[in-house]
Design a binder for this molecule. Structure first.
Ligand SMILES: *Cc1c(COP(=O)(O)O)cnc(C)c1O
Length: 340
């Protein structure tokens, strides 16, 4: 990798185990009769049960700490990995985690991440507002901040589309740098990198970090929830706002990465290729994916391999972004039957 880190100037709180391993997956490669597959194990980042948000919160909570915050206030869904890793990170830094769960209209089961919010001692609030990007959500977050301030906390609001999204993107510029160093150390010249794309900052940071350092391999974001157009808009927006924040000249365009939106509309029941991907990783490498994010990302990589996009001597990399509790929250959907 060329030159020094683009994110060295940003405050960072140590929360996880970095660098995460980059591992070969020979049994998976063999089962697919395909290229050499490597897995970047960001699921092993360590905070609570780890995942991509640990890297994000090293930077976001680093900023919160630099501003003297004593509480963090954030919103996401009931099975949010982000809120789970946020609560764990806040606990580690001695900050109060205050969580707002959106689209909640009925009491739901204390399973998966929802269970862990309670176990981690977070203060949990709910709102029926369904849409994640509804501006009304910000008003609710502001009220929670005001309420925390009345109780003597100095709150730090993590409203995703704004500044913290850009900081989160920067964390994956650092993640890309970590990956490029590993490629260099292992003398690996990957042909392509696959990652699951949700709201966009993770993919935006990965693309920006790779391109800013001159890496030219392909990158595909496999959309887990949004249409191709929405993913493209969000990733470009995060990447280029982050480039400006970091003082990087390179800008990202739609030629810098691909989007696979084949699975974005499938939630429940779990789509057959997603279930197959989860079972294949588990049964060849003993690595656990889940249906909401990583199962879709892996299904996108497997489909590209089966399409013949790669040759046997090529190397491809799957970025495992974590999400383990989501697997347990949805175990009933796999259709495995109990027996005696
Ligand atoms: C949040 C998350 C992603 C996607 O990250 P975005 O930055 O929202 O695109 C992927 N995988 C897992 C497990 C996640 O929790």
């Amino acid at each position: 990798m060329s030159s020094t880190s683009l994110t060295a100037r940003l405050p960072r709180a140590e929360l996880g185990n970095f660098p995460t391993p980059l591992e070969a997956a020979p049994n998976l490669s063999k089962a697919l009769g395909g290229p050499n597959i490597y897995i970047k194990r960001d699921d092993l980042s360590g905070l609570s049960v780890g995942g991509s948000k640990t890297r994000i919160f090293e930077f976001v909570l680093g900023q919160a700490k630099a501003e003297g915050a004593t509480a963090v206030v954030a919103m996401a869904g009931e099975q949010s990995n982000k809120l789970r890793e946020l609560a764990a990170g806040a606990n580690k830094l001695g900050m109060k985690p205050i969580l707002l769960l959106h689209a909640v209209t009925t009491p739901t089961a204390m399973v998966g991440n929802r269970f862990l919010f309670e176990l981690l001692g977070a203060e949990v609030h709910t709102t029926p507002i369904p849409e994640r990007l509804d501006p009304a959500i910000k008003d609710v977050l502001q009220r929670l901040c005001d309420d925390a301030a009345r109780r003597g906390y100095k709150p730090f609001m993590i409203y995703h589309p704004e500044r913290t999204g850009t900081i989160g993107t920067a964390s994956y510029v650092a993640g890309a740098e970590e990956l490029l160093c590993q490629f260099e150390a292992m003398q690996l010249k990957p042909k392509h990198v696959f990652i699951a794309t949700g709201a966009g900052p993770t993919t935006a940071g990965l693309v920006l970090g790779c391109r800013a350092h001159g890496a030219s391999f392909g990158i595909t974001g496999v959309s887990v929830g949004s249409s191709r157009d929405d993913v493209l808009r969000h990733v470009l927006d995060y990447a280029n706002k982050c480039a400006a924040m970091l003082g990087v000249d390179r800008r990202i365009s739609d030629t810098d990465f691909g989007i696979d939106a084949s699975y974005h509309a499938t939630t429940s029941p779990i789509a057959a290729p997603v279930k197959e991907a989860i079972e294949l990783f588990a049964r060849t490498e003993g690595i656990l994916l889940e249906p909401t994010y990583t199962g879709k990302g892996a299904a996108g990589m497997i489909a590209a391999i089966r399409r013949g996009d790669f040759q046997q001597h090529d190397s491809v990399v799957f970025v495992h972004t974590g999400g383990l509790p989501g697997l347990f929250a949805r175990s009933g959907e796999f259709g495995y039957q109990p027996y005696l």
